[in-house]
Write a protein that binds this ligand. Sequence first.
Ligand SMILES: [Zn+2]
Ligand SMILES: [Zn+2]
Length: 129
Amino acid sequence: MPGEKKHSKKREAILAKIRSMKTHPSAITVYEELRKEIPDLSLGTVYRNLALFREEGKVASVGVVNGQERFDGNTTEHTHFVCTHCGDVMDIDAPLDAHLKEDVASRYGIAVHSHRLTFFGACARCVRS
Ligand SMILES: [Zn+2]
Ligand SMILES: [Zn+2]
């Protein structure tokens, strides 16, 4: 079906775009970026596909920042900093404590597969202003 083909092309474009962006964009930002290349793209399509990618583990959710869910094309475990003033989300080069997972797992008798660490505050630009 030609419609199907077009559909999967958009899907691929959305995934490629989110993976190329280091800004941990919201669906709206991905949509605004991609609309330049795909004029008939709808925001709903971007929302739907990002939710699907998240379920499939192809993208990660950084959480909701200023009312918008933010996505990460990098699904490996890493630490984030969220500026609660301007909404910037950046990767922080701070290794996660490997023992913390084991500690929590043994203390609660649970299996821990991953954990996330996010710092919140004001980014360097917002601190200065
Ligand atoms: Zn900021
Ligand atoms: Zn990240």
